[in-house]
Design a protein around this ligand. Structure first.
Ligand SMILES: [Zn+2]
Length: 344
């Protein structure tokens, strides 16, 4: 019997659909956490006591609210560099002092130059490919004589990056070097328009074509108005924009590790708060790089001098940091390069 034209069209249509669903299933089934005990033992090196020490330091008066281009922020950069030196984590070969100078032309006219701070652990199998773990190091500084401490924004994210770096370094020293390189990037001048990340993406220290994914951590130590009942959550934003595979990895890492309630309500590009456009991952997303923005949402002390260290929930910060570490571990050690968006 001759196949009618309409039937033929229908069959072609359903085959394409099936192929797409099958491919999605394959992607999902391919995500297996190898060496689970190794991941778990290193995830457990991320601890409340260390996170508290870092946040308390950076959100103290000494750093004067870490305004990009000013003394308190330069001291923050020096703190970060010393941390990496002490941990034995190397600077990039083309930024031997861990610093990328962001010229004053990127900052308001009254400021001098500022710095992005960068360290990395070299991958063993695919050293040219890398995953970036990022947090902005600056905040608002002093306004009308008041210090804006920025404990949640973003001493919390900064502490998370440092603790994740330490966990990967301990793993490397224990003989578990990552397959891909891992870059720890502390960008400046987020609060004055994502300028440090813009400068980095215009002048990348590691080639953007080999930047497999960017994990941006900006405010993860508090609870927002919407989660006063259940604080075991984290917002994920941007996760499905440039890779079909990345959302499945983010979910699996969570199941494997800390089982937070992953909340996607701000992931919609048209969401009225427009968070997707408001932190440093956005400059990477503009270059078609898969990103995840990890975020706890806004609270009463957001961008106020009252965003202080004593209000950080350190148990929660520990859990969220462990979760992000697990996601990064998987990305750095997976056998294939992250799949871009599948076409239906
Ligand atoms: Zn921030």
């Amino acid at each position: 019997m001759k196949l009618s034209f309409i039937t033929a069209l229908f069959l072609v249509g359903s085959c394409t659909t099936l192929r797409y669903t099958e491919r999605i299933e394959n992607i999902k089934n391919n995500i297996v956490f190898e060496q689970p005990e190794i991941i778990k033992s290193h995830l457990n090196t991320i601890k409340v006591i260390d996170l508290k020490m870092i946040v308390s330091e950076l959100a103290s008066e000494k750093y004067e609210g870490r305004r990009a281009g000013q003394k308190g922020h330069q001291m923050t950069c020096d703190y970060l560099k010393n941390y990496y030196k002490e941990q034995g984590i190397a600077p990039p070969e083309n930024a031997p002092d861990y610093a990328q100078i962001v010229p004053s032309t990127y900052l308001p006219s009254e400021y001098g130059d500022s710095e992005n701070v960068i360290a990395y652990i070299k991958g063993e199998e695919f050293p040219d490919e890398h995953v970036i773990i990022m947090a902005h190091s600056d905040h608002e500084g002093i306004i009308d004589g008041k210090i804006y401490f920025g404990a949640d924004d973003n001493a919390s994210g900064t502490a998370a990056v440092l603790e994740i770096a330490q966990a990967f370094q301990i793993a490397a020293l224990n003989g578990y070097k990552p397959k891909r390189s891992i870059v720890f990037l502390h960008v400046t001048a987020e609060e004055i328009g994502l300028q440090g990340s813009r400068y980095y993406t215009e002048n990348p220290i590691f080639p953007l074509e080999k930047t497999m994914a960017v994990l941006n951590i900006d405010m993860i130590g508090r609870t927002d108005f919407k989660h006063e009942e259940n604080d075991q959550y984290l917002y994920l934003i941007g996760v499905n924009r440039h890779s079909t595979e990345l959302p499945f990895i983010a979910e699996k890492a969570n199941e494997f590790s800390t089982k937070l309630d992953l909340d996607y309500r701000y992931n919609d590009e048209n969401e009225s708060n427009r968070y997707y456009y408001r932190s440093d991952h956005y400059n990477f997303a503009l270059k078609d790089i898969p990103v995840i923005f990890f975020f706890n949402g806004e609270h009463a002390d957001y961008h106020k001098p009252t965003d202080t260290e004593d209000k950080i929930n350190y148990q929660l910060l520990e859990k969220r940091t462990q979760y992000i570490f697990t996601t990064a571990w998987y990305l750095a050690n997976m056998n294939h390069y992250l799949e871009a968006n599948l076409i239906r």
